[in-house]
Design a protein around this ligand. Structure first.
Ligand SMILES: [Zn+2]
Length: 108
């Protein structure tokens, strides 16, 4: 799970993505995987717990890519009018990890 690199608090992916939705060209960014990755790495996020700022590249990129895939896969995942994420990203990521582990167990 994503954690603040400064205070170590767990971060909500929906909240992080909502910070990115304030970008003027957010609509474009969330259409294109490469654009998203590039913007994400250089984006300055603000931790809602300690208020410190850090770059996206300090967050787990694998999770960020999954978040992008989830947002793209589900229609209406982003409420563009209110610039809000409608998906419970942290729950979906947890489920995804659980299934991956299960898969490994079954195959292993
Ligand atoms: Zn923090």
């Amino acid at each position: 799970m994503a954690k603040c690199p400064l205070c170590g608090s767990s971060l909500d992916w929906a909240g992080l993505i909502e910070q990115m939705l304030t970008l003027e060209n957010a609509n474009e960014i969330f259409q294109d995987r490469e654009k998203f990755t590039g913007t994400f790495e250089g984006f300055v996020f603000k931790c809602p717990h300690c208020g410190e700022e850090f770059y996206g590249r300090n967050l787990p990129m694998k999770e960020a890519e999954k978040v992008f895939a989830l947002l793209k896969e589900f229609k209406g995942s982003i409420d563009w009018e209110n610039r809000k994420v409608r998906l419970r990203l942290n729950s979906l990521l947890a489920l995804d990890t659980m299934l991956e582990n299960w898969d490994r167990k079954v195959k292993g």
